[in-house]
Design a protein around this ligand. Structure first.
Ligand code: FES
Length: 141
């Protein structure tokens, strides 16, 4: 029997909000798929676009960047910078014929474990529908 495709998603989570939200979801024992490979960064603005490209080249099927809610960044404007950078990255993916749907930017507060679990479920389902990343298929198989 063929094994069901299980997405590999690299999740860059800001230390102060999203990572804490993920932690809360974990300690609250909320059910969610084990598809996220979490990388903790101090702020969503720390995510260099090359981190995202490298994640795909390394076999990721999707990449998510999550940070504090707008206005709540612990470095004041970091998530605004992340949002701008993400918009450019999205356009770049689109113009290169890559699938921008494999990228996601999300805001999760430290006190919102259920929101984190919801993001994990939703994004996992979206990536599951898209199937394995073409980069993964071409580079690794
Ligand atoms: S510290 Fe969380 S987005 Fe900047």
């Amino acid at each position: 029997m063929a094994k069901e495709f299980e997405p590999r998603i690299v999740a860059f989570l800001c230390n102060w909000c999203s990572y804490a939200g993920a932690d809360l979801a974990g300690v609250s024992r909320l059910q969610m798929p084990a598809t996220f490979r979490v990388i903790r960064v101090m702020c969503s603005s720390r995510v260099d676009p090359m981190f995202v490209v490298n994640a795909f080249l390394g076999g990721a099927d999707g990449v998510i960047i999550a940070g504090c809610l707008p206005g709540d960044c612990h470095y004041l404007k970091g998530n605004y910078y992340a949002r701008r950078r993400f918009a450019v990255l999205n356009k770049t993916f689109e113009s290169l014929g890559l699938e921008p749907e494999r990228l996601r930017l999300s805001w999760v507060s430290a006190s919102d474990g259920p929101r984190y679990a919801e993001v994990v479920k939703e994004f996992t389902e979206e990536i599951r529908k898209l199937g394995p990343s073409p980069a993964r298929r071409e580079v690794f198989i």
